[in-house]
Each structure stands twice: as structure tokens, then as C-alpha cells.
Design a protein around this ligand. Structure first.
Ligand SMILES: [Zn+2]
Length: 74
């Protein structure tokens, strides 16, 4: 079985993405389900990745409905 490792920014983003499915039901301004990050660190890392990769500044905030964190555009 061939297993190919992918390194680089894409892989970095994957590692940082410790989000879960949209279990809390929160949506963004376009009514898309928001990712729920299980740890503040994970959310911070995802925000940092977005800033580096997409030049999009995001801030993190605690989910008002359950334990976890979301990202929103600043
Ligand atoms: Zn939420």
C-alpha cells in the first residue's frame, strides 16, 4: 500500500484543524454551520493558519451554546 506524506502548509492546516462537526448549531452570517473547535489552542492555531495562508484575520470566541470555540472575521 502506497502511503504518501504531504508536508507543507496544507498539512499544517490539517494538523491544526481539531474542529468537530457542527454539534452546537451555530451559523455564520451566510447561515453556514460554524466549525466548533474543542480547544482554545486549536482555534487559535486555525486562526493563525488562516492569517498566514489566506491573509484573513480571525478572532476566536467561546461558543455561547456549548463548550468550545468558534472563529469569526474581525
Ligand atoms: Zn456554537
Amino acid at each position: 500500500m502506497a502511503y504518501k506524506k504531504h508536508w507543507g502548509m496544507h498539512n499544517l492546516g490539517y494538523q491544526y484543524d481539531n474542529s468537530t462537526k457542527n454539534i452546537c448549531g451555530c451559523v455564520d452570517s451566510q447561515k453556514n454551520p460554524k466549525k466548533l473547535y474543542m480547544s482554545e489552542t486549536g482555534a487559535k492555531n486555525a486562526a493563525e493558519f488562516s492569517r498566514l495562508q489566506n491573509s484573513v484575520s480571525l478572532e476566536i470566541y467561546e461558543c455561547p451554546r456549548t463548550k468550545g470555540w468558534h472563529l469569526k472575521k474581525v
